[in-house]
Design a protein around this ligand. Structure first.
Ligand code: NZQ
Ligand code: ZN
Length: 401
């Protein structure tokens, strides 16, 4: 009976309308940084260069950028931390932009540097408290143009209009999106990711895989989108392993970088019904409360979330995932395939060295209820593909301990 009902529902499904544009120019490959002066020139003379804790100096990238832009007037914002902070980084960046009439931002680093730069770009053109924009109290009317040189394959921030900003005093970690914040141009040279540590390589892979899964596990999808997603998941798993074995494997780093770039700007789910991005909703609380690495938090949550939502309504998606991504024997029973697929997901994350228990990253049971409440109130997961109440969220967190 259930299956018949489900099939009738399927016939009634119509592909969702969409309005899609990603205006970002991608320049990809070895040595493409040479395009930087030409890219920056039309944007202005006064540039704010943003970066993190020093990896770009070790890479020689800082010197290279300064040399290529010697004709420009460069201001700097350094020390942007992972899980970038509103205070001081965003506020400080906005101050520098306003005081010096900055015309464009050049973000050099991983997702945290890019995300922070996006919030600065909007804040610089706004008269009030930039938190008004990040918290969606006010819609930005303008933003400074952003160019980035990506050094870590993970978030897809280089090809989307979102940034995730943490505000320590309120335990908020907010995903802030605005179409004004697409980078004008992203310079993607996989060679700059050779030095990424094993930990961050694995976390980046888990983050990008979860971006794909957040779009794959939903009610209505197309064969086309499912194919994109399944192929990306396979590519990420194969290439992450190669990058871990040989960090200077150019082809593996390059394919991983491109997968990550495609992961988060919605292109994988055009026409699909919305999923609600539940694992991200839950993970944001983990990294807001405990400042853990985003991709690691996602890897821990994902298989527990899968187990929690597996039921007669969702099992079909898990069967497709298990058969097409992990090559599980399609003649097995539905639940057997689904259980194996979830187990394979867990084992893969474990095999690339990700800690798979919250306790391993310093999270115990003491604040799980508080976090579950925070997620339930702020993330709207009661509308997700598999709706999650506060107690569902708590169960998933407890299972991840
Ligand atoms: O600070 P530095 O010295 O640069 O070191 C960084 C940092 O310690 C280091 N690193 C970066 N490139 C390197 C390198 N080390 C050696 N060699 C290199 N080439 O790696 C560490 C982590 O960097 P980070 O930028 O924090 O990592 P990631 O790119 O994973 O970004 C994570 C942030 O992005 C958000 C996450 O929530 C998190 O705050 N996300 C942003 C998204 C978006 N904009 O669309 C979507 C994601 O779902 C995610 O939420
Ligand atoms: Zn993510």
């Amino acid at each position: 009976l259930f299956l018949r009902y489900k099939n009738e529902m399927k016939e009634a499904y119509t592909m969702q309308n969409f309005d899609y544009q990603t205006p970002t120019r991608l320049i990809f490959g070895k040595g493409v940084i040479s395009a930087l002066p030409e890219v920056m020139k039309p944007l202005g003379q006064k540039i704010l260069l943003t970066y993190g804790g020093g990896s770009i100096k070790k890479l020689g990238l800082y010197d290279k950028v300064k040399e290529l832009l010697k004709e420009f007037e460069i201001y700097e914002l350094a020390d942007i931390q992972p899980n970038p902070k509103y205070n001081p980084s965003v506020l400080e960046g906005v101050r520098i932009c306003k005081e010096n009439e900055i015309e464009a931002i050049l973000a050099v680093g991983g997702g945290s540097v890019l995300d922070c730069s996006k919030a600065i770009a909007a804040g610089a053109k706004y008269d009030g408290d930039p938190w008004d924009l990040i918290s969606y109290k006010v819609k930005a009317q303008a933003a400074l143009p952003i160019v980035d040189i990506l050094t870590l394959a993970a978030t897809g921030s280089e090809y989307d209009c979102g940034g995730v900003i943490s505000r320590t005093e309120t335990n908020d970690k907010i995903g802030y999106m605005d179409e004004l914040l697409f980078p004008v141009c992203s310079i993607l040279d996989p060679v700059y990711t050779f030095s990424v540590s094993k930990k961050q390589t694995a976390a980046g892979c888990a983050d990008a895989m979860n971006h794909v899964m957040e779009q794959y596990f939903t009610e209505d999808t197309t064969l086309l989108n499912d194919g994109f997603c399944e192929s990306m998941l396979k590519s990420l798993m194969v290439n992450a392993k190669k990058c871990l074995e040989n960090p200077e494997d150019y082809t593996a780093r390059a394919e991983m970088m491109l997968c990550c770039t495609y992961g988060c700007n919605g292109i994988l789910s055009l026409g699909n019904s919305a999923s609600g991005w539940p694992c991200h909703g839950i993970e944001h609380a983990l990294s807001a409360y405990y400042d853990i690495t985003h991709g690691e938090g996602l890897a821990m949550i994902t298989p527990r979330w899968m187990k929690h939502i597996l039921n007669d309504r969702t099992v079909g998606r898990f069967v497709k995932y298990g058969v097409n991504v992990f090559g599980i024997d399609s003649s097995l029973g539905q639940y057997e395939i689904a259980d194996k697929a979830i187990e394979e997901t867990y084992r893969f994350f474990e095999s690339i060295g990700i800690p798979m228990h919250l306790r391993e990253v310093g999270i115990d049971e003491s604040r799980l209820s508080e976090m579950a409440h925070h997620v339930a109130v702020n993330e709207g997961l009661e509308n997700a593909y598999a709706p999650l109440s506060e107690s569902d969220i708590l169960d998933i967190l407890e299972a991840s301990l």
